[in-house]
Design a binder for this molecule. Structure first.
Ligand SMILES: [Zn+2]
Length: 368
């Protein structure tokens, strides 16, 4: 049997040794190449002039020939005003892309001698760069759509016993719909029980599939309040081409899909895929990665940054067949070309976003 791509040496084309082996100048040249695609010319972040600007070698900066402004390779990027070296940023990016289902900030801070808070901010900036630069053109071909519920799990009740078993089962499956039960019958407090409704969110994923056997090629994921008809209709209007074929499960939220697109369903109470090949397994595959992040990395999901996280996982799914070097360069390029961080600059000074992002709205808002 042929060797799996992820086990091959082709995949491991870039290693942590290579980062440590680079001189400071090599790292700086790498960042210049990823930002401007050139070692000799730079675009001034102030006036946009593309030129071979005056070099200030001792400061690793340039002075613009047009507007005289001084700038560095990280000016007006996600990494602006960085306190740690470019090498540390490269190391963080390396561990971010080589982790299978995400990396915890507390783990990253041990690997790279960064503070816990600083490492978490850097992860937030990586996610922000991925989110702002995602490709939101309409999906075509065959598109799998599904929703998964995340967050809002009640804490485990203090008292053990048979009547709590359902609550625990609901916590594990994330499925709390359909079984309406008075909160006092669950052996927990009212406020704890109501977390299910208040803090739970649905991640809707839309994935365009590639050739048979190759999995999905492009994914869009959005956080919504519920997996409902209006949400599904809006998402299809925005992100799916009218000529695409849509495959979903038999949830009633998808009842109106056939009004705009070819629509096939699979009954998940019977099977994962029909004999004709109707399935939405690419959406399930995405949820499996996000769910594993919850179980193994984050140990819990909060609604505030759920949209950022779901977007990170969509990116991980989409680049899963690229080499480490390609992923590393793509992540840093996005960080260097999507402008200032609007959500993480000033985090140390108390500027927190605080609000969640629903239906991809408010992407352009900065923290206040
Ligand atoms: Zn300038």
């Amino acid at each position: 049997m042929a060797q799996h791509f992820l086990s091959s040496s082709t995949y491991r084309d870039f290693t942590i040794d290579m980062i440590y082996g680079m001189s400071d100048k090599d790292i700086h040249d790498l960042f210049c190449r990823l930002r401007w695609g050139s070692q000799t010319h730079q675009a001034c972040p102030g006036c946009g002039a593309w030129d071979n600007h005056y070099v200030l070698p001792n400061r690793q900066q340039w002075r613009c020939k047009a507007c005289r402004r001084q700038f560095s390779v990280t000016s007006a990027t996600m990494f602006a005003s960085h306190k740690k070296s470019l090498r540390t940023i490269a190391i963080l990016a390396f561990y971010f892309v080589t982790s299978v289902k995400g990396v915890a900030g507390v783990h990253l801070c041990r690997l790279s001698n960064y503070s816990n808070k600083g490492a978490n901010i850097m992860i937030g900036k990586f996610r922000e760069a991925l989110m702002r630069s995602q490709d939101l053109r309409p999906l075509a071909g065959t598109v799998h759509i599904d929703g998964g519920y995340f967050g809002g799990k009640p804490r485990k009740p203090n008292r053990r016993g048979r009547r709590n078993n359902q609550l625990i089962a609901d916590r594990i499956s994330g499925n709390a719909t359909g079984r309406r039960k008075p909160w006092h019958a669950t052996g927990t407090t009212r406020s704890n029980w109501e977390r299910r409704v208040k803090d739970r969110r649905v991640v809707m994923t839309l994935r365009e599939t590639g050739d048979i056997g190759k999995g999905a090629v492009r994914s869009i994921s959005v956080v919504a309040l519920a997996e409902s008809g209006p949400v599904v209709t809006e998402l299809i209007r925005r992100y799916v081409s009218p000529c695409a074929t849509i495959m979903t499960d038999e949830n009633t939220a998808y009842a109106m899909v056939s009004a705009t697109n070819d629509h096939f369903t699979v009954n998940h109470q019977v099977e994962w895929s029909t004999p004709e090949g109707v399935n939405e397994n690419q959406a399930e595959s995405y949820f499996s990665r996000l769910r594993r992040w919850e179980y193994g990395i984050g140990h819990g999901i909060r609604k505030t940054y759920l949209a950022d996280l779901s977007c990170e996982m969509a990116w991980r799914e989409d680049v899963r067949r690229r080499t480490i070097g390609q992923k590393f360069e793509e992540l840093l390029t996005k960080g260097l070309t999507t402008g200032y961080s609007r959500w993480w600059r000033g985090y140390y000074q108390g500027k927190h976003r605080g609000t969640e992002i629903l239906m991809n709205e408010g992407l352009d808002q900065a923290t206040s």
